[in-house]
Design a protein around this ligand. Structure first.
Ligand SMILES: [Zn+2]
Ligand SMILES: [Zn+2]
Length: 396
């Protein structure tokens, strides 16, 4: 019998308890030692082989059954945010200034539940890697795991992850083929001119004037260098120059962010940004140094893997509860770096319209425990689908 949401019902109370325990003990990126302890202990108790310290605080559980060479990776993130929780319920944060406000407690609990279920049911043939990632919230946890040999030590043919989505009803999934979430970069431009007395501009190269020109010129990039049907954002969000009313500043700094839905557009904007900043500065006799850092790659789902994920969701909840064409999301997600290495799909799971409808990163947010069996069932059914047991031929 293939797994349904009901199959996970006996684990619902356990998953809720794990989720609330993690919620009450939030840990920031690369500090998830207690959470990693809990995850590792549970996996080990189920007979799953555990590797600790992958990308510092990351945990990988490996469950191999049968003889098939097929391998799948399932990923959850474990970190909390540096913010004060506003909730007063019993499982509220016990750590001042730290809160699970993005639902990573729920993501971790769902993958723990899936691991327990798969270790019990053994209804697959192949290898499952359960990837518990640290530091998703802007600290580069996915990169750290990849740089630590994640996919050479634990090779995967495909990889899947999920994020809860407030304002999407519990029991609903969003599954999108192709680009899904934006990539994000930060940039800094440091301009050097020649300082002088404010009344003697002829002896200066005014870094403040150059910064203003650069800020204006950068706006030509999205307008003139990005194809109209590609989306990108370039925002100059900080400009700093000078301290005194009568001193023309020698240096100026400006910085900002770029968002785009493909690696090509992101990299192209970075190249144009360097050219425009350096060229504009040179036109005024100044120099510009540009630092362009891609913090998050665009999240791009492989069409074939998205099809598999959508089929699994449809089997679980019905086609009317699976949106195949949700709007693009301008926020970023560092699972994108894993998707650049291995084809896969990132999906959204409904966190609810009412109490679960509060947006992530809000002090009143909480993961909706009603979603736990749905997410766990997705992972289990996905493994049963991707690593399906071959029918053994019996003689006669
Ligand atoms: Zn977040
Ligand atoms: Zn998140």
């Amino acid at each position: 019998m293939p797994t349904t949401v009901d199959t996970l019902a006996p684990l619902h109370a356990d998953m809720t308890a794990w989720r609330r325990d993690i919620h009450a003990h939030p840990e920031l990126g690369f500090q998830e030692s207690r959470t990693a302890d809990r995850v590792a202990a549970l996996l080990q108790a189920c007979g799953i082989e555990v590797t600790r310290g992958v990308g510092r605080t990351g945990v990988v559980g490996t469950l191999k059954l049968g003889s098939s060479p097929r391998r799948i990776g399932l990923r959850a993130d474990m970190d909390a945010l540096p913010m004060q929780e506003g909730n007063t319920f019993a499982h509220r944060s016990t750590s001042p200034g730290r809160m699970h406000a993005c639902g990573h407690d729920g993501h971790t609990a769902m993958l723990m539940g899936a691991a327990v279920q798969l270790a019990r049911s053994k209804a697959f043939d192949g290898t499952v890697h359960f990837i518990f990632q640290p530091a998703e919230e802007g600290l580069g946890g996915a990169r750290a795991m990849i740089d630590d040999g994640l996919f050479t030590r634990f090779p995967c043919d495909s990889i899947f992850g999920m994020h809860n989505r407030p304002k999407l009803a519990v029991g609903h999934f969003n599954v999108k083929s192709g680009p899904m979430m934006a990539g994000g970069a930060f940039f800094d431009v440091r301009i050097t001119g020649r300082g002088s007395h404010g009344a003697r501009p002829e002896t200066s190269v005014d870094a403040a004037l150059v910064a203003a020109q650069v800020a204006v010129s950068l706006q030509s990039i999205v307008a003139r260098n990005v194809a109209p049907l590609d989306s990108a954002v370039l925002s100059v969000t900080r400009i700093h120059a000078g301290d005194a009313y009568n001193v023309i500043p020698q240096t100026a700094e400006l910085g900002g962010t770029v968002r785009a839905f493909s690696r090509e557009v992101m990299d192209a904007v970075g190249r144009h940004l360097k050219r425009v900043a350096e060229g504009t500065a040179a036109a005024f006799g100044a120099t510009a140094e540009v630092d362009f850092r891609v913090l998050f790659a665009p999240t791009v789902n492989d069409p074939a893997q998205a099809e598999v994920a959508a089929r699994v969701c449809t089997d679980l909840v019905g086609a009317d509860k699976v949106d195949r064409h949700p709007p693009l999301i301008m926020a970023s997600e560092d699972f994108s770096f894993m998707l650049e290495q291995v084809p896969g799909c990132y999906i959204n799971i409904g966190n609810g319209l009412e109490e679960g409808g509060c947006e992530v990163h809000n002090p009143a947010y909480d993961f909706n425990d009603q979603a736990l069996p749905l997410g766990a069932a997705f992972f289990v059914r996905l493994v049963e689908t991707q690593l399906e047991r071959q029918q053994t031929l019996t003689a006669g």
